[in-house]
Structure formats: C-alpha cells, structure tokens
Design a protein around this ligand. Structure first.
Ligand code: HEM
Length: 439
C-alpha cells in the first residue's frame, strides 16, 4: 500500500536520483496508493515548466506554509501572484541589488569580525549556525533597511523558534503514523505571533516617514501605490515574511556546503583565494564591479549548488490531462522535479558526484543542455532572489577568503538531510584560522 514511501521518506535525494538514473526522463512511481511522476530530463522539464506551464500549478505541500506565509509570492497563484511578482521584481533587479551591496558588505564584514579571536586561537565551531545568523541579518537588512538593526535580535529569535518548531515531513513510516505534537504546534503559533508583532510594530514606526530607506519594503509600498492599490499591513507582512524565509535558509545552507567543499579541495580554495586577492587587493568589502570580476568564485558557487542544491526538489499538480515525453499525465497527478537528481544525471555530467568548478567555465556552460542546472528552479516561477543570492554569496565568500581559512573538524560527520532545505544534518563543525590580508 505504501509503495516506495519508506525509501522516499528516508532520503528523498538518493531515492529520486536512483529512479531518474534507472528509468529515464519520465518515471511513474507508486506512492501511498497513487502514482506520482518524476520528470528529470532537462528537455522535458522545459516542456513542463515553460511550454505547458499553464496546465500545472504549484503543489503547496504543507498547510503550515500557508498558515504562516499567507498570500505571499511563493504560494500564491493566478492574477494575485502575477501582480505581486511584477511589483516585487523591482526590488530584485540587478541595478537595485548593486545599490544595496555596499551596505550588505559592510554588515557582513562586521558580523565576520566576531570570528577574529576564535580564528587566532584556531577554535572549532559550528559555522552552519553562524551562517544562519548571518543570512538572517543580511536578508532582514535587505528587506527592511538599516532600521532592521534595532529589531534584529527579537526578529531573529522568533524566526529561529519558527524554524525549530516547523512541521517537517516524517522520515520513516512510524513517524508518519504518529499524531502531530500539540506542544510543537503551540510553540510554532507563539513564534509566529512574536514575529508578526515585531514586524507590525516596525511597519507602524516606518510609516511615519513613508518607509524612506526601508529597502525592499519601501519598493513594495511605492510600487503598489503607483498602481493605486497599495499593499496594506497584512499584505506587506505576507510578502516580507515569505521573502525572509525563502531567502535566508537557502543562502545559509549554500554557504555551509560551499565552505565544506572548499575545505575538501585545497587546490580550488587556493585558486579562489588568489582570484579574490587579485580583484580586491587589500579591500574587504567587494564593490558591485568587483563582484562582476569574481568569475572563478561564481564557478565554485555554481558547482556547489549543482551538488548540494539547497532546494532539492519542487513539485507541481496537473490541472488537466497532458502529455510529456510521450507519457500521459492525468489531471490531478502530482509531478516531482528533483533538482538534485537532474543535476547529477550521468548522461549529462561526467563523474557526476565529483566536485569540479571547471564544469562552469563559459565554454563548458555553453555546451550544457538548457534546464540541466536549475538550483533556482526555472520558468515563470523561478527564484525571484537569484541575483541578490549570488551577490550575497560572493560577498561573504570573498570576505572569508580574505581573512580566514575554514577546515572541517577531524571526525565531524557531514550528512545531507532533507528539511525545508537540504542541510548538513549534524551542522558543520569547522576549525577557523586567520589569514593575513594581502598588503
Ligand atoms: C542560494 C539561494 C537560493 C536558492 C537556491 C533558491 C531557490 C529557489 C527555488 C528552487 C525556488 C522555486 C521553488 C518552487 O518552485 O517551489 C525559489 C523560489 C523563490 N525564491 Fe529562492 N532561492 C534562493 C534565494 C532566495 C532569496 C535571497 C530570496 C529573496 C530574498 C528568494 C525568494 C524566493 C521567492 C519569493 C520564490 C518564489 C517565486 C515565485 O513563485 O514567484 N530566494 N527559490
């Protein structure tokens, strides 16, 4: 009755990868008395996400997501989504991201300053926790402006409580059958109430000067006002919380995986350090022009996102009967897209499990099939934050490369686990050392 459910619950990344490799572009998989369809061939992903996109909607897997984020960009559909996307787009276009980067770089440098003493003493710490804190601060700053500093601690604590009490999918059949913990639900509700209070107070305060200098918040208010349909506080709350949660955990886990991979490939790390030193000299805060020149750093980020895509899978529901790759997809069917599996297909990627940033040189990239590399998804529901995410990752990686060396703590177990993102199950214990900034 439960088909392949147990294997899926245990490890969705390897489960989908094995099916994609064994059965090819479209696979019909029995799960819990019904069939779901895995589409993994890049050409067929194009059909699904672009050509036939109107025949599918997003599959909102968890009720908690709707309860928490309401009518935000990630979960909305139809005309309401289109309007939100149009308005929000202005806050993520390259010129706007560039304008915000000096403030983001300064805040990131200030945060990393707190590593100095630990690095002089070669201390070991869970950098995954640090990357979480840093990503929260940078996302908050970008979304709400420098005024976020005043609410950073309260907002961050409530966000962490939401994460800790989030109802994650069960990881085995016994857990699947257990009743949901009421205490956990209560703690989640309390944390949401805290973050809401914090945000609504912030909105009331910033409204006094019409949200001037409030980052994305200012853009959202002014762009919606220009359309004579200004977002009210509830809509602003839904948008901002959606962006905050969509934007920080993904960046945090990316930073953990990137620094893990660099620690395992000292030749790549050295090459990256040399590039950063060449482009930045002795400066710690990269400018937008510097970011454009960090080509090898970008290759390293891309190769890390290929192997450890923070969002390992996405799903869709068929709104009508369709045909993909010659297979009939019935109305109501659930479709899975495993970014993890597609990005490791052996017919596209030679030695797919090997970390090799040279897969992303401009020449190599030009040979890649479209939609073979989609860590930010693809089509009209792709990630709105991709430019901001890449800029932020480059800033933090460059600042770390200038000042620190991160080595995996001996004996630390690194195990990818599925949660809201694909994260290191036991954190990322790394030993910090200092580097001298080139003079
Ligand atoms: C490395 C970092 C990131 C990765 C890997 C990533 C990945 C993704 C993926 C795979 C999706 C598609 C989800 C789906 O179809 O179910 C998505 C959507 C989205 N992302 Fe990101 N993301 C990142 C950073 C960000 C940032 C920084 C923001 C904003 C601050 C953001 C905001 C969003 C939003 C709002 C959506 C929904 C877009 C829509 O449906 O119109 N993401 N992201």
């Amino acid at each position: 009755m439960y088909g392949c459910l147990n294997a899926l619950l245990r490890n969705p990344m390897t489960f989908w990868t094995e099916i994609a490799v064994k059965y090819g572009g479209v696979a019909r998989v029995p799960l819990k008395g019904r069939h779901v369809y895995l589409i993994s061939d890049p050409k067929l992903l194009y059909d699904l996400l672009v050509t036939n996109r109107n025949k599918y909607r997003k599959n909102v897997r968890y009720k908690a997501a709707i309860d928490t984020f309401g009518a935000g960009l990630l979960l909305n559909e139809g005309e309401a989504w289109k309007r939100q996307r149009r308005i929000t787009q202005a806050a993520f276009k390259p010129s706007y991201v560039s304008e915000q980067m000096p403030a983001i770089a300064a805040r990131s440098r200030q945060f990393l300053e707190s590593w100095s003493i630990a690095a002089q003493r070669h201390e070991t710490r869970d950098v995954h926790k640090d990357f979480f804190d840093l990503s929260q601060i940078l996302a908050g700053h970008y979304l709400l402006g420098p005024g976020f500093a005043a609410i950073e601690t309260e907002f961050g604590a409530a966000a962490k409580a939401i994460q800790e009490n989030w109802p994650l999918p069960p990881r085995n059949l016994i857990a699947l059958m257990m009743p949901k913990g009421k205490a956990r639900e209560r703690r989640l509700d309390a944390a949401i109430a805290r973050i809401d209070q914090c945000l609504f107070d912030y909105l009331a305060d910033q409204r006094k000067h019409d949200f001037s200098g409030c980052g994305v918040l200012e853009v959202l208010v002014h762009a919606s006002r220009a359309q004579h349909d200004e977002f009210d506080d509830q809509s602003l709350r839904d948008q901002l919380l959606t962006l905050f949660f969509a934007g920080h955990e993904t960046s945090a886990t990316s930073l953990s995986w990137i620094h893990y991979l660099l620690s395992q490939h000292s030749d790549v790390r050295e090459k990256l350090q040399l590039e950063v030193a060449r482009v930045l000299g002795n400066r710690l805060d990269p400018t937008p022009a510097d970011l454009d020149q960090l080509d090898y750093t970008e290759q390293v980020i891309n190769e890390s996102l290929r192997l450890y895509s923070p969002i390992h899978s996405i799903s869709r529901v068929a709104l009508e009967d369709d045909e993909i790759g010659g297979y009939r997809i019935p109305k109501g069917a659930m479709i899975y897209i495993s970014l993890y599996a597609t990005q490791r297909l052996p017919n596209i990627w030679t030695n797919p499990d090997v970390f090799d940033p040279d897969r992303f040189t401009p020449e190599a990239t030009s040979q890649l099939p479209r939609f073979a590399f989609i860590p930010f998804a693809a089509g009209h529901r792709n990630c709105i934050g991709v430019t901001m995410a890449m800029a932020e990752l480059k800033v933090v990686i460059a600042q770390i490369a200038q000042r620190f060396v991160l080595d995996l703590a001996p004996g630390h177990r690194v195990v990818p686990a599925a949660g809201t993102t694909m994260h290191p199950k036991f954190g990322m214990q790394m030993r910090l050392s200092s580097r001298t900034i080139p003079s």
